[in-house]
Design a protein around this ligand. Sequence first.
Ligand code: UDX
Length: 419
Amino acid sequence: MAKLGHEVVGIDVDPRKIENLSTSRAPFYEPGLEHLLEEVLQTGRLRFTTDISEAKGNSVHFICVGTPQKKGENAADLTYVDAVATGLLPFLSPGDLVVGKSTVPVGTASRLAHLINLEHPSAHLIWNPEFLREGHAVADTLRPDRFVYGVSDGSEDNPAVAVLDDVYAVPLQAGTPRLVTDHATAELVKAAANSFLATKISFINAMAEVCEASGADVTGLADAIGLDDRIGRKFLNAGIGFGGGCLPKDIRAFMARAGELGADQALTFLREVDAINMRRRSRVVELARNLCDDSLLGQQVTVLGAAFKPESDDVRDSPALSIAAQLQLHGAVVTVTDPKALPNAARRFPELQYEECTRKALEGADMVLLLTEWQEYCDLDPYEIAGLVGAPRMLDGRNVFDPNKWRAAGWTYRGLGRP
Ligand code: UDX
């Protein structure tokens, strides 16, 4: 927002985050973010505080807090969203705009609009879902694919629309499409988009299972069906499945909400999407055992990658770490390496061993698993690292390597859904 030219105050309850952000240190790894922070902090248009009363006098208020999965349930935890909406109430002025970015169950926006309008009848609430991807957050924010505005009456003429158009003037003028709809549709756009993406990944992983049973190759299959424009090649990479702080919990929260609305039958397929996804993790463990002559006991295993995807240090619901932990439970001695995510990984899975240096992590390994496709792992030379490991066995959980090249270099290579 500050880069787009606005005066911005960022508010959080965590004083450490605020202190770090104020000195352009991001609380997580995201390419380009610290550089951008430095640039805008110098302009004086951005500052950070823990004091929510500093929202007073500003005319647009963004709610950007998380909606994690509730413990032991599928539903989303709305504690933080509700706390921000309620916390803002004393500091809103007539005509202010509140913009919801968080991913919420359908019905939340109308409930919050009601709550806000009880005290501030002239204030507006727009639900404006966030579609950014981790690892691409800066680019996705400055130039998104589209804007979706959910307004109370679903009308382009709603006065709140022009206010948000001013906020997004730069990307709108650059041609970013913008759709105006009602609160419920805007909330559902986000749930539907993430469900579609998750379904696409589980679809190709289901095909990988059939390929494994029939000796076919899922990568060639994905290339061929992906050339059909109606299907498209993106999000058709079979492998260890999806993780992270969004897709897994969003499809579960969506099913839970549909259940509350009496529409659970419409989303039973998402249960299957989730099940196929979780099955990938057990399949990798099974393949790993096969590769090690049916026993992982005492095997020295190196896992390349801990983050749920490359260019991120996020390990929330990371399939890589979940597989590493399962291998260890089967008796393997597991060493995990990752360019950015090791501190987060060690906090979540203290029982695993971690090594920062890739070469050291590979030394003497009886088996290597590539589980997060960081570029530096994709660039590994099979001839060179064959000399480091104890036994050249590669389980490629993301199907990024050329099997022929690895086999020619003396490796026993296994991909997922590949012969
Ligand atoms: C996702 C959505 O893409 C984004 O629009 C939304 O705002 C938040 O959730 P993100 O969680 O950052 O973004 O990651 P994404 O790039 O979607 O990847 C999610 C998971 O799917 C990762 O674990 C990734 O490795 C996996 N994936 C992705 C596959 O297994 N195969 C693919 O073909 C693509």
